[in-house]
Design a binder for this molecule. Structure first.
Ligand SMILES: Cc1ncc(COP(=O)(O)O)c(C=O)c1O
Length: 372
């Protein structure tokens, strides 16, 4: 149960992880040792299998999730390419910024943070701008928690014969993504979101021929995906020091993911977490930013209550003392805060979180209006 010393993390990450996942980090691994090479291979094969497998390959990347996203954009978009980024939050913005830093031409399809990617507008942009070679989209835009219509975006890009690069950081392993039915070129994600491993490792799952075809594009030595892949295929080893403990923890996390029923099983738990959170918070008088139809069961944005007596800092501290860490808002427009429903958490923890919110409001002497 939650305690102030080791709070449960109701955030977009780092996330709460299971004890058995953390315990896998208690031994050291030689990076060139046969046992580690085997473990690493199994982790990569399991990741590839999560998107359906056939014709796909996983390339791991040291660092946080952004390193994997940056490696994906830098490796796949050639110097002569033009990237169209669908932006409805901070992570879409970040992709556009990365590609500009790489010196690539960038176009953006910008939408408000509470609206999903407009597929008809994407279709028009691809129709009228033949120079666009690649499209990038965020599957679940964690800024607000909105679910973007990835299958429709992918079908539109494919109809116009453009490559699709997906940032599925906060969705991978929980929301469905099948390479056999969704035509994407590459997807970036990380160990420490819905897979419930520990932070320090990202990865890109790509179509094998597309990866081979982008050799030489990457503007950075370390973030060169085809080079990373080639070295691993030839030697079984990483080019530079691998995060060995993180990979061992991810191995355990992937076994647990499978035991839970894979992606559908994980989604089921997160949906239930999200339902308990949203129902409980609404009953206390909080309002969600998004209508339920647009809300991914990953992280929920709540509007800051209009009551001038509500102070987010004091609210945060009151929850933190009760063993829960939440997150401030990241929206550019509406004042808000966020509570995550992913990580090694279930209904018991989510009910306890809602109770902690009720107790925090009492402590602050606040009673919010529950009128619709
Ligand atoms: C959709 C999305 N993309 C990218 C990132 C960046 O990941 P990191 O903070 O691990 O670099 C995040 C982090 O929450 C995210 O949610």
């Amino acid at each position: 149960m939650p305690c102030a010393d080791e709070p449960l993390l109701l955030t977009p990450g780092p996330l709460t992880t299971a004890r058995r996942v953390k315990e896998r980090m208690l031994r050291d691994w030689g990076s060139r040792d046969e046992a580690f090479v085997r473990l690493n291979r199994e982790v990569l094969d399991r990741l590839t299998a999560l998107v359906g497998g056939s014709g796909m390959v996983t390339v791991p990347m040291q660092g946080s999730g952004s390193f994997a996203v940056e490696a994906m954009l830098g490796s796949f978009v050639p110097p002569s390419g033009r990237l169209l980024v669908c932006v409805n939050g901070a992570y879409g913005q970040r992709m556009a910024e990365m590609a500009r830093r790489h010196g690539r031409q960038v176009a953006v399809l910008v939408q408000p943070e509470d609206q999903p990617t407009d597929v008809a507008a994407l279709d028009r942009m691809l129709e009228t701008d033949p120079a666009i070679s690649h499209v990038a989209v965020v599957h679940c835009e964690t800024t607000s928690g909105i679910l973007n219509p990835l299958p429709d975006v992918a079908a539109t890009a494919a109809r116009h014969r453009r490559s699709l690069l997906v940032d599925a950081m906060s969705a991978f392993g929980a929301l469905p993504l099948d390479a056999g039915t969704v035509p994407f070129t590459a997807v970036a994600a990380s160990a420490n979101k819905c897979l419930e491993g520990v932070p320090g490792l990202g990865f890109v799952i790509a179509r094998r021929e597309a990866l081979a075809a982008c050799t030489g594009h990457a503007p950075a030595l370390c973030l060169d995906l085809p080079a990373q892949h080639l070295a691993m295929e030839q030697t079984g080893q990483w080019r530079f020091t691998p995060p060995t403990h993180v990979i061992a923890a991810l191995h355990q996390a992937l076994l647990d993911h499978e035991a839970e029923g894979g992606q559908p099983g994980r989604l089921r738990r997160y949906r239930e977490n999200c339902r308990i959170l949203v129902d409980g918070m609404r009953a206390l008088g909080f309002q969600t930013l998004l209508p339920d139809a647009l809300q991914a069961p990953i992280i929920v944005t709540f509007r800051l209550p209009a009551d001038p007596a509500f102070d987010f800092g004091r609210f945060y501290d009151a929850l933190r003392r009760r063993g829960f860490a939440i997150y401030p808002g990241k929206l550019t427009a509406a004042p808000s805060f966020r509570i995550g429903c992913i990580g090694a958490l279930g209904p018991t923890e989510m009910r306890a979180a809602v109770q902690a919110v009720a107790d925090a409001l009492d402590e602050l002497g606040l009673r919010l209006s529950t009128a619709a």
